[in-house]
Ligand binder design. Structure first.
Ligand code: C2E
Ligand code: CA
Ligand code: CA
Length: 591
């Protein structure tokens, strides 16, 4: 935990201070008076689903966000300026007070779960010391989880969050039905936009949706219809067949529960859509193992439709599986001469005249399947454990290119490499990465590592260590697809990042949707408040460039400037131009 804590502490402290400075100014304006035009760091704090407050060095309330107001059950006007002991007389001598005092004395971050009698609830609490004195407190009500943990004696068979039977239990139910020779169907349910809800709101909102989906699904359960959660955003229904029953009618009933919006942790609402795959025993197969695979395959087919949808398994869907197996096999062999290559996409700064970097994007012209999307083969590589092999192969090519360009053109800008969560959590890969840099003589200042927001990365020690090593060496770290993944706030506070790449999702909404524009503005402000470099991804239209420049985001990557180019094409267009001549910033010969 040491490395993680060090960063958490450092980043969160600096972050909180910055946020606080801007929040303090803005908090003079009552919340209700603020429209969408007023976007500040406080707006971000207010949109978190964590409760948040600041205490000064005398433990008096300096600031409190709306979630915390609601949790405490008092308005900020009653709280600000008062000491915690005045607000919570029960605090005196409590463990929580001791934790506060410890943080003030040691200036080190504390993170713990605590039962607070006054609220009759469990909380997860993070206390972070501030450089200017006092501390920042983030908290989340985890009562539901804690109570579930305590209540379920048979927890090995239940899902912690929803209390539904888990994968293991559902498997046992299916095995038992099969042993009794019964006919039954699997309805494999996958929520389409949970990731998005986690990104835009927070994990607790995502959790709340999962719990509500479970509750609504359970209204359909009976002695012949079993409902379970497989994990994450996946549920399964095992339903015994009845004479003359219509499976599509039941599938419609399942979709029906998604018609009404879901209430999120901060009382906002959101629509959640689901994709359902259906396979039956013995109609589709006599084997249980195949039944799960078939239902899942059908679910992926349903996902191709926008919005809530279901699909029955059809044998031809298996072609997709075969394709996947073929990709997996190819990834296990040597990639030399296999049609694997990469493109580079320029990153343009200075309002659109300088080349400030490139992103390396893998490509594969597969000998049997033809040109493959990286989205497809990277996912297969990640899941099949061949991503390190693929990325190392890519690095050889990129390093050769950098050395060549350095020698011939005085190349002096960063090349960004995409890293998946499993690579970041792999110490052996990073050792190889650093050795390879040494072998080719690559200056760390010429490299950037891009990581995508992923929940599973949040608390990995190895990831933190790898990122810290990169930083120590002078390799820049960028957060990719920012705004679409794991809770943005936790991310910024946990990782040692240099750059934020705002996802195209927000860019393409420019000029269309005021709310997304407002979020975009607050993301820009957030990046600036923690002194992060900022890049807008997927810029396609002139009005996007205009808007971004107007709001002080001046580094772009997107089709508006250039698509990813083959190495030779990039070289011709950007490097063989006489203006370059070894200068740090390359003047672009715009068409
Ligand atoms: P990404 O890292 O977000 O890369 C940006 C993607 O957006 C690229 O897609 C790029 O071609 C596309 N793009 C750039 N500008 C625009 C634009 O203006 N409009 C639109 N619509 N798209 C734009 P690509 O090359 O298909 O890559 C897709 C994803 O595959 C990447 O998303 C990345 O997550 C992954 N990927 C690609 N190469 C690698 C790699 O070498 N390693 C890893 N781990 N992942 C890779
Ligand atoms: Ca990327
Ligand atoms: Ca991206």
């Amino acid at each position: 935990m040491a490395v993680h804590d060090k960063f958490l502490n450092k980043m969160t402290t600096e972050f909180s201070q910055e946020i606080w400075e801007s929040a303090k100014v803005e908090s003079k304006t009552p919340l209700a008076d603020r429209g969408i035009g007023s976007i500040t760091a406080e707006t971000v704090l207010e949109s978190m689903t964590d409760g948040f407050y600041l205490l000064d060095e005398y433990m008096k309330f300096d600031y409190i966000n709306e979630i915390a107001e609601n949790a405490i059950g008092m308005r900020r006007s009653e709280i600000l300026g008062k000491s915690v002991r005045e607000v919570f007389p029960d605090l005196q001598g409590s463990n929580l007070e001791k934790q506060y005092q410890r943080v003030l004395q040691t200036k080190a971050c504390e993170e713990f779960d605590e039962y607070l009698g006054v609220f009759d609830a469990w909380f997860h609490i993070k206390v972070i010391p501030l450089k200017r004195g006092g501390m920042a407190i983030f908290f989340q009500n985890i009562d539901q989880q804690k109570r579930l943990e305590g209540k379920l004696t048979d927890f090995a068979y239940s899902d912690d969050l929803t209390g539904l039977p888990n994968r293991r239990k559902m498997t046992e139910i299916a095995v038992s039905l099969k042993q009794q020779g019964k006919k039954f169907s699997f309805f494999y349910i996958n929520l389409d936009n949970l990731k998005f809800i986690n990104a835009l709101y927070n994990y607790s909102s995502g959790d709340k949706v999962v719990v509500s989906v479970a509750e609504r699904l359970q209204t359909l359960a009976d002695s012949r219809c079993h409902i379970g959660r497989l994990g994450g955003d996946e549920f399964i229904v095992v339903r015994e067949s009845e004479p003359a029953e219509r499976l599509d009618e039941f599938a419609e009933k399942l979709l029906e529960i998604f018609r009404e919006p879901f209430v999120l942790a901060d009382f906002q609402t959101a629509y959640v859509s689901a994709s359902i795959g259906i396979a039956c025993i013995p109609f589709d197969t006599g084997r249980l193992r195949e039944l799960v695979v078939f239902a899942e395959t059908a679910m992926y087919e349903a996902k191709k439709n926008r919005g809530p949808s279901y699909s029955f398994y059809r044998p031809k869907m298996n072609v997709n599986r075969e394709r996947r197996v073929l990709i997996e096999k190819s990834l296990m062999s040597s990639l030399e001469g296999s049609g694997f290559y990469f493109t580079v996409q320029p990153q343009i700064s200075g309002g659109g005249i300088n080349l400030s970097g490139i992103e390396v994007l893998a490509r594969w012209n597969h000998p049997v399947l033809g040109e493959l999307s990286p989205l497809e083969f990277i996912e297969v590589a990640e899941q099949s454990g061949t991503i390190a092999h693929l990325t190392t192969h890519l690095l050889h090519g990129v390093f050769r290119m950098i050395k060549d360009w350095e020698a011939r053109y005085g190349w002096d800008v960063k090349a960004a490499i995409n890293m998946t969560p499993s690579l970041l959590a792999n110490p052996v890969f990073f050792e190889g990465f650093f050795n390879l840099m040494e072998q080719y003589g690559i200056r760390p200042g010429l490299l950037e590592v891009e990581l995508t927001e992923h929940a599973e990365m949040a608390y990995s020690e190895t990831t933190m260590r790898n990122l810290e090593l990169c930083r120590e060496k002078g390799i820049s770290i960028a957060i990719d697809d920012f705004g679409t993944g794991f809770s943005m706030i936790s991310y910024l506070t946990q990782f040692p990042i240099n750059k934020i790449k705002i996802d195209r999702y927000f860019i393409r909404k420019i000029g269309e949707d005021a709310k997304s524009e407002a979020i975009l503005k607050s993301l820009i402000q957030l990046a600036q408040s923690i002194q992060c470099e900022l890049l807008a991804e997927g810029v396609e239209r002139p009005e996007e460039v205009e808007f971004l420049k107007k709001h002080s985001c001046t580094v772009f990557q997107g089709y508006y400037y250039d698509k990813p180019l083959r190495v030779e094409g990039f070289e011709t267009k950007y490097l063989q131009h006489e203006l370059f001549g070894g200068k740090k910033n390359i003047q672009i010969p715009w068409d």
